[in-house]
Design a protein around this ligand. Sequence first.
Ligand SMILES: CC(C)(COP(=O)(O)OP(=O)(O)OC[C@H]1O[C@@H](n2cnc3c(N)ncnc32)[C@H](O)[C@@H]1OP(=O)(O)O)[C@@H](O)C(=O)NCCC(=O)NCCS
Length: 162
Amino acid sequence: MPVRPLESADYDLIAPVVDDWWGGRPVRALVPRLFFEHFSSTSFVIADDTGVCAFLIGFRSQSQPHVAYIHFVGVAPSSRGMGLGRSLYQAFFDRVLALGCTEVACITSPVNTGSIAFHQRMGFSLVRTGAEQDGIPVCLNHAGEGQHRVLFHKALETTVVA
Ligand SMILES: CC(C)(COP(=O)(O)OP(=O)(O)OC[C@H]1O[C@@H](n2cnc3c(N)ncnc32)[C@H](O)[C@@H]1OP(=O)(O)O)[C@@H](O)C(=O)NCCC(=O)NCCS
């Protein structure tokens, strides 16, 4: 299925469904409209006749231009396991590599074991901070008191032309 850039109008399709896609977790506040309006060149959607099947919101770091950051990725429950998440990540890697980025970072909750497994398949390593939760390396209190997060890092592979 084709990957296209995220558009402002996608907000009205995606925001109402994300809590369901995250298994009832209230995540809608983490995908504000501003991302759809100001990060479209580094964010992507996969859609079909029935609507949005998957989306990725990412950007190039303003303070560390060699770093790209993936803020959110979601695939509709009925469309998982079909490679859509991988396609979105590949589109993002290609885009930020073209912008000159050499690293990609992102985070997830330590309870989101599916996300951890997915990111490892996408070539990310878990950043070791010295702290662990249930045997998983975490950054303590990353998102507030008691809100530990798993930090991911991936070096982008550049093709060297001899
Ligand atoms: C995590 C998520 C984005 C994966 O999307 P997806 O389209 O199902 O993933 P893909 O089909 O592209 O899978 C890519 C690889 O990851 C693996 N993978 C994906 N989800 C996995 C899971 N839950 N457990 C183990 N491996 C998983 C696949 O087996 C595949 O491996 P392979 O290519 O070596 O065979 C999707 O499950 C999702 O939207 N989850 C809810 C939202 C969420 O947690 N987002 C991430 C945090 S912001």
